[in-house]
Design a protein around this ligand. Structure first.
Ligand code: NZQ
Ligand code: ZN
Length: 388
């Protein structure tokens, strides 16, 4: 494994009533004025908005609001939040929602403490210099944003969707009550499942030697996701199932299962180019791209695919070669996506060949992508064409 330094400062609360007991104390560690950031209204409909504002009021916490964060959050909304924080001397940004709301809040927190255009941090021209403290109340299991420092922002003017982060943008605290995910619609639940599984795939396919423990940890999270996903779709109000999925999504991208290795991340880079132009759900895009990427790179190391078949999908080896089992693994991945109703082709979102070359160029504009197999623009184009 590679040398590494691990530091994850997020105080993570799981379970019922944790927010009610601890939210105000957590905020008070940083001050008494918060910017409450949320999305298009789901938190109002589910009663969470009322619950939180009552806690703030009773706890003597002053707040102002930034509602309307878009799925695939926009840079313009980040700018609005930065203005509010600066004008009103906010002490902490409180994000209530899914990954988009959390990511937007990270951009706001980082941008408020940056002397310049926050977009420069996302477009690799500058590095963050600090951030306001950030707290989260998670309502959708998918991204792991509740316990990592990354965030993805879309610049709609330039049609760029870029990830950025810093040591300053780990949430100081996150509340994860699976009850808050009961109302997530079926399609968003599916996208979340695809995203958390994709994070595991990104870690699993890497070239770093001596990573036996990491391999088993990643397989464990993938097993939990694959076993739980169909059950959650059948019983969306089952607390235990929703909680298993939620913890799987946190663990998939909080840095713990991938210590000392550099994952592939080509499929994420490709998906971000698709949603930068077509504004599709991130998890849906990943479900489309991943099987085609797998077809394209499988010859690099078939044995890694073979263990995916045997350890995660419980396929008996039956004397088959790694190459044969690798094909079984890819078929199993496709079957899993089909079983949960994930999209399979770009055409499912009405996407044709019109922008494929642009997307392929954009995906590699900073450098070639991928670790398991390094991809240039031509490779990305081939994968996108296969996904049509
Ligand atoms: O806007 P509201 O009304 O809240 O509705 C949202 C939104 O329409 C709804 N929703 C969320 N919680 C709900 C709910 N509806 C009913 N009940 C609830 N409890 O779901 C819709 C999608 O929400 P969104 O936050 O966009 O979904 P997700 O959590 O999948 O986040 C996707 C974004 O995260 C980025 C993606 O690229 C995308 O922009 N990612 C962030 C990462 C990170 N920070 O580490 C890593 C990921 O790989 C990913 O790129
Ligand atoms: Zn993702």
């Amino acid at each position: 494994m590679n040398p590494f330094r691990f530091h994850n400062p997020t105080v993570l609360y799981y379970g019922r009533d944790q927010m009610e007991q601890h939210l105000v104390d957590e905020i008070r560690r940083f001050g008494t004025k918060v910017l409450l950031v949320y999305g298009g209204g789901s938190i109002r409909r589910m009663g969470l908005y009322d619950k939180i504002t009552r806690l703030l009021e009773d706890g003597g916490i002053e707040w102002l609001e930034l509602p309307g964060v878009e799925p695939n959050p926009r840079l313009t909304t980040v700018y609005k939040g930065i203005d509010l924080c600066r004008t009103h001397n906010v002490d902490l940004v409180l994000a209530v929602g899914g990954g988009s709301v959390l990511d937007c809040a990270k951009g706001i927190a980082m941008g408020t403490k940056f002397d310049g255009d926050v977009w420069d941090i996302y477009s690799r021209k500058a590095q963050a210099t600090g951030a306001l403290p950030l707290g989260t109340v998670l309502t959708l299991a998918a991204t792991g944003s509740e316990m990592n420092s990354g965030g993805v922002i879309t610049n709609w003017e330039t049609k760029e969707k870029l990830g950025g982060g810093s040591p300053y943008t780990f949430p100081a605290f996150s509340f994860c009550n699976a009850e808050n995910t009961f109302t997530v619609p079926r399609d968003q639940t599916v996208y979340g499942i695809c995203d958390m599984l994709a994070h595991c795939f990104e870690h699993y396919f890497h070239p770093t030697p001596n990573t036996t423990l990491q391999q088993h940890l990643i397989e464990g999270v993938m097993q939990a996701i694959v076993e739980t996903a169909p059950k959650v779709l059948e019983h969306p109000n089952d607390f235990d199932l929703r909680e298993t999925l939620m913890l799987s999504s946190t663990m998939a991208l909080n840095g713990m299962i991938n210590m000392g290795l550099v994952g592939d991340w080509a499929c994420h880079a490709i998906e971000h180019e698709i949603s930068a132009i077509y504004d599709i759900p991130h998890g849906g895009g990943l479900a489309i791209v991943f099987p085609h990427w797998m077809d394209y790179v499988v010859s690099t190391n078939p044995s890694r695919f073979a263990t995916l078949a045997t350890e995660v999908f419980h396929v008996a080896r039956d004397g088959r070669s790694d190459e044969e089992l690798a094909q079984v693994a890819i078929a199993k991945v496709r079957a899993f996506y089909a079983a949960i109703g994930a999209p399979q082709r770009l055409a499912d979102y009405g996407i044709g060949a019109e922008n494929l070359e642009w997307m392929a160029q954009q995906a590699v504009r900073f450098k070639p992508i991928g670790q398991f197999r390094v991809l240039e623009a031509d490779d990305v184009l081939a994968i996108l064409k296969a996904a049509l």
